[in-house]
Design a protein. Structure first.
Length: 432
């Protein structure tokens, strides 16, 4: 890998020299503000704060899963070919090994989709600034650097109320007992496609198989939106199906154990059929699942992911445990269902690296990664933009801390060009 070898005077310690070089490169890439000259000074001789770079950093484990999600907010980077390649290089240098890239968000496909366009769900083809197929080029770039790239169906059964999908197929939407169609999520107000309707299942299957067939991707991922909030399921279709199969009316209590199980079992049955279809279409495809912690996923979202693991639906598991402190984080990663899952398939814990309105400090991130490693668990970060650009520390320090955690290279390949930011995208925020 190309390095900047010319020493600065006075010469700082090696890690500080790497930070100085990295700051200049980040400025050239447009990732941090300010002229290059403002970073081209030796850092103070004292070490970096101990909370960023521990004296004895945790050692990465062989085969440790280290991933990051690439969301709609990251599209300004992904849409530009040069910025995308530079980002892939940076992540590879930091020893990441998984990229989870959004392909389904807001009722739209983020790739050239015949399924979506033929069904008139969108009247445009989503491409990069240079006219490229974003997903195809990201997969190729990732593979060239040893990264697995996994298309991510972020919205699952969820859609915006004003999306073309929701407007065209009102009868596909499920409802609450009072007839309400919407709920409030991290993505705002949303409606839910009825996961029990054959038409909905066919749409999702067609989209998934399109991605599996058209792209040489390493896997496919579904998250906590491949689910149904427990308040839903009182639409006429589901009521009739429940009545036919049980001889009873759906309970008024959304928490009724039998009613929860009936709906969760139907979701599991669909996921089993979908997984089989994926494996028939492209054997060896990784089925990656990223749900909430089990008690919440099952009781609140009807997502019985323990059954998905036990029945061989999932090939890897990334459990979302987005806690703002270590005290509430540790009990969740030691749960029996987590231990059982990691005995069966590769398992990681999804860690919030930050949001635009909620930055997370690197010390907390480091502590969580260390705790994961002590239990043999990998880590995946939500999401790319916040990994080093939105934190309370400068990007240089966050990247240096990640390099310490994963044994990566602090300084990326030299020669990043200065890149203009592409025009902003519609406001499709990450949904978690």
């Amino acid at each position: 890998m190309a390095r900047i070898r010319r020493p600065l005077c006075p010469r700082p310690p090696p890690l500080q020299a790497g930070l100085i070089q990295l700051a200049g490169l980040l400025t050239l890439a447009g990732l941090v503000p300010g002229p290059l000259a403002s970073f081209a000074q030796p850092l103070p001789s004292q070490p970096l704060p101990s909370q960023l770079l521990p004296a004895q950093p945790a050692r990465s484990q062989p085969g440790e899963l280290r991933g990051v999600w690439l969301t709609a907010n990251d599209m300004p980077v992904l849409r530009d070919r040069s910025r995308m390649q530079a980002t892939v290089n940076q992540l590879a240098d930091l020893q990441f090994n998984r990229l989870y890239v959004v392909v389904w968000n807001g009722g739209m496909a983020y790739y050239p989709s015949r399924v979506s366009e033929e069904r008139q769900l969108q009247n445009f083809t989503y491409r990069g600034l240079q006219g490229q197929d974003i997903i195809a080029e990201l997969i190729a770039a990732g593979r060239s650097r040893g990264l697995l790239v996994v298309p991510w169906f972020e919205f699952g059964f969820m859609a915006p109320p004003d999306s073309e999908l929701a407007r065209r197929h009102r009868d596909w939407l499920t409802s609450k007992r009072d007839g309400g169609l919407t709920s409030i999520s991290a993505a705002g107000e949303v409606v839910w496609l009825n996961p029990f309707r054959p038409e909905v299942q066919q749409l999702i299957t067609d989209l998934v198989l399109e991605v599996v067939s058209e792209y040489d991707a390493d896997g496919i991922q579904f998250d906590d939106h491949m689910s149904l909030p427990r308040e839903f399921g009182y639409d006429p279709y589901t009521v009739a199906l429940y009545r036919k199969q049980t001889g009873r009316e759906p309970p008024a209590d959304v928490e009724d154990a039998g009613w929860v199980k009936w709906r969760a079992d139907r979701l599991t049955a669909f996921m089993e059929r979908l997984a089989s279809a994926v494996r028939r279409t492209r054997p060896g495809t990784i089925l990656s699942i990223s749900p909430n912690y089990y008690a919440f996923a099952y009781k609140m979202q009807l997502q019985d992911w323990r059954a998905w693991v036990q029945r061989g639906i999932a090939d890897e598991m990334l459990i979302q445990i987005y806690r703002s402190d270590l005290e509430s984080y540790l009990p969740q990663i030691s749960r029996p269902e987590v231990q059982d899952t990691q005995r069966r398939i590769p398992t990681a814990i999804a860690v919030m690296s930050g949001l635009r309105n909620r930055p997370n400090p690197m010390e907390l991130i480091r502590q969580k990664v260390q705790a994961n490693r002590e239990r043999g668990l990998g880590v995946a970060f939500f999401y790319l933009e916040s990994l080093w650009s939105l934190g309370p520390e400068p990007p240089t320090e966050r990247i240096a801390a990640l390099a310490e955690l994963f044994g990566g290279v602090v300084v990326p390949a030299a020669g990043w060009p200065r890149l203009a930011l592409p025009p902003p995208l519609p406001p499709l925020a990450p949904s978690r």
